[in-house]
Design a protein around this ligand. Structure first.
Ligand code: NAD
Length: 292
């Protein structure tokens, strides 16, 4: 196989991690007609991932968006296992394991012994350098960031991130893959937050500064951005959805990654994380969720 026709041969996709993102990636790949190998570290995690896919496809059938036959065929295309040797057949492996740099570096290094030489590798990391992860593999030119959005079956965007080493053929193959699984790709260079979170998270952080300064109430800040900018959700409600601990982590990645004080986290964000007010998942953030 030459690099230039790499796009045509992605037929079997491996997904490492059967969690929130991994099972979504496995689902959209299987629905697109690709053969899928989804792996995780325990039988429970694998079973949970498969169950989530089954539930998600059942909802599509109920809404008449998918036939029973198509659902069964998609499920039949997925092999879910704890045995990473099953990745040997894959043309593309997408790493979607827990966001931990040491863990991801080890997973990627271990792939060398398993993958066929021409296979491509992608990572769904939200915050780790694609260039650094690529360097841990035996094929940095055939490595790319594929930043899917949550929930994967519903969100249209796939942000592709080119590391310094990513070849044009790998980027072209990733574009083809994105379209094949029904996503609209955009491309960004490797940089903290890539393109979308680089713009979104400082905007949310600025909304928190505005609240902290007493510029407007939380309700008015969110109403202002929804009604004045046509955002479907206000920045503070979105922060509550993402989780304030995750927001603080991302701002700290920017602050350290760019060495630029413009990315400093709002003191109120730190204070709320210290208080355990993490947003929806803790019942309270900028808004109260205990009654819902
Ligand atoms: P998650 O915790 O839901 O799932 C992670 C899964 O990885 C777990 O099932 C875990 O058992 C598994 N895992 C851990 N070590 C493994 C190993 N060695 N081999 C195989 N599987 C292993 O996490 P998630 O939200 O799905 O996040 C996965 C990745 O996607 C992270 O890099 C995250 O930054 C990124 N991401 C998450 C979101 C989001 O909104 N959740 C959005 C974009 C990107």
């Amino acid at each position: 196989m030459t690099e230039s026709n790499a796009a045509a041969v992605v037929q079997t996709v491996g997904v490492i991690g059967a969690g929130t993102m991994g099972n979504g990636i496995a689902q959209v790949s299987a629905v697109a007609g690709l053969t899928v190998v989804m792996i995780d570290i325990s039988d429970e995690a694998v079973a949970r991932g498969l169950k989530t896919i089954g539930g998600s496809l059942d909802r599509l059938v109920k809404k008449d968006k998918m036939t029973v036959e198509a659902r069964d065929a998609a499920l039949a295309r997925i092999t879910a296992t704890t045995d990473k040797a099953a990745l040997a057949a894959c043309d593309l492996v997408i790493e979607a394991a827990t966001e931990n740099e040491a863990l991801k570096l080890k997973i990627l290094k271990d792939l060398t012994a398993v993958l066929k030489p021409e296979a491509m590798i992608a990572t769904n990391t939200s915050s780790i350098s694609i260039t650094k992860l690529a360097a841990a593999t035996d094929r940095p030119d055939r490595f790319i960031g594929m930043h899917f959005f949550n929930p994967v079956p519903l969100m249209a965007l796939l942000e592709l991130i080119r590391g310094l080493q990513t070849s044009d053929a790998t980027h072209a193959a990733a574009m083809e893959f994105a379209k094949r699984v029904g996503k609209a790709p955009i491309t960004a260079k490797n940089s903290p937050g890539f393109a979308v979170n680089r713009i979104l998270c400082p905007m949310i952080n600025e909304a928190i500064f505005a609240l902290q300064e007493g510029l407007a109430t939380a309700e008015d800040i969110d109403a202002g951005m929804k009604l004045g900018c046509n955002h479907p959700i206000g920045p503070l409600a979105l922060a509550d959805m993402i989780g304030l601990d995750t927001m603080l982590f991302i701002m700290d990645v920017f602050y350290q990654g760019f060495n630029d004080p413009k990315y400093r986290a709002a003191p109120l964000l730190k204070e709320m994380v210290d208080a355990g007010q993490l947003g929806r998942k803790s019942g309270k953030g900028f808004f109260d969720y205990t009654a819902k």
